[in-house]
Design a protein around this ligand. Structure first.
Ligand code: ADP
Ligand code: MG
Length: 261
């Protein structure tokens, strides 16, 4: 694989839905399948390091900012990134999409859709690090998918439906690889179609210009010479990256000089 062979996984799920557990397993799977470093960005870890002693709402904007910055930094390094955040607002997912778009890389939303009841139970089992009320609240505010075309889960992991987690990870990883390859192919054919070589550009633009010029009877007499000069001009400029206007200007000057008009 060539440039931009990394991508972003956007996990979405309630607290205690199993995101961090899933992220670790997915990291292992992707690292072995893609031969690339996978970085998990978990705001809980960022918070724990920056503010180890207590939870304070006033720190949250700073943590969000740091979270977003970390995603960008690791993607820029070429790593595969898993955003292990709640991402329950569409706007949170959009922030991440913007990063991926700006770096021209793909993102995949994976919804860990563990039912609320199970999340509450798990939360209790692990000693209620978050009040159950908060989880209920997040559940109520959760932005549903599909309001925007981009905001659609690539895959949904529902433990009440999926019994074989290993198989799920395998399928997910393969699906990403396949999607990724298709995208690369798409990019290449787009390149071929839409970015002509300098030579092709020169050829097209000067041909058009000469076509117009030769409508003038004054130039008809030197038609063969002009056509020959056109060829020579293309040869002499084939290594320069010029925009359309500059090509026309340069060609005009070139012809005037050669024809001494
Ligand atoms: P999150 O990161 O979404 O808050 P965690 O991955 O920390 O969730 O998991 C929350 C709790 O649920 C933990 O106690 C974890 O051991 C448990 N857990 C996670 N995944 C599973 C699973 N597939 N089956 C059973 N328990 C799980
Ligand atoms: Mg977690």
């Amino acid at each position: 694989m060539n440039n931009n062979s990394n991508f972003l996984i956007i996990l979405v799920g309630l607290p205690a839905s199993g995101k961090s557990t899933f992220a670790l397993k997915l990291k292992k799977k992707l690292e072995s399948n893609f031969q690339k470093k996978v970085k998990i960005i978990d705001p809980d870890i960022i918070r724990g390091i920056a503010f180890p002693n207590s939870f304070d709402f006033k720190n949250e904007p700073q943590i969000r900012e740091k979270n977003i910055q970390s995603v960008r930094i690791h993607l820029t390094k070429g790593q595969i990134v898993i955003s292990d955040d709640l991402n329950y607002y569409s706007s949170m997912r959009h922030d991440l999409k913007l990063i991926a778009d700006s770096l021209n890389i793909k993102f995949y939303i994976v919804h860990i859709s563990t039912p609320l009841k199970i999340c509450l139970k798990r939360n209790e089992e692990r000693g209620k690090p978050i009040p159950n009320k908060v989880i209920q609240n997040i559940y109520n505010k959760f932005d549903n998918f599909n309001k925007y075309k981009w905001d659609t889960p690539f895959e949904t992991y529902d433990i009440t439906q999926t019994s074989d987690e290993i198989q799920f990870l395998e399928i997910l990883s393969n699906k990403i690889a396949l999607n990724f390859k298709e995208q690369q192919k798409g990019k290449e054919s787009l390149k071929k179609k839409h970015s002509p070589s300098i030579r092709e550009k020169l050829d097209l633009i000067t041909r058009k210009y000469v076509g117009e010029l030769l409508k003038n009877p004054k130039y008809q007499m030197s038609k063969d010479t002009i056509l020959e000069f056109r060829k020579l001009f293309i040869k002499s400029r084939a290594n320069e990256e010029l925009d359309v206007n500059k090509i026309i200007e340069a060609f005009k000057l070139y012809l005037n000089k050669k024809l001494k008009v």
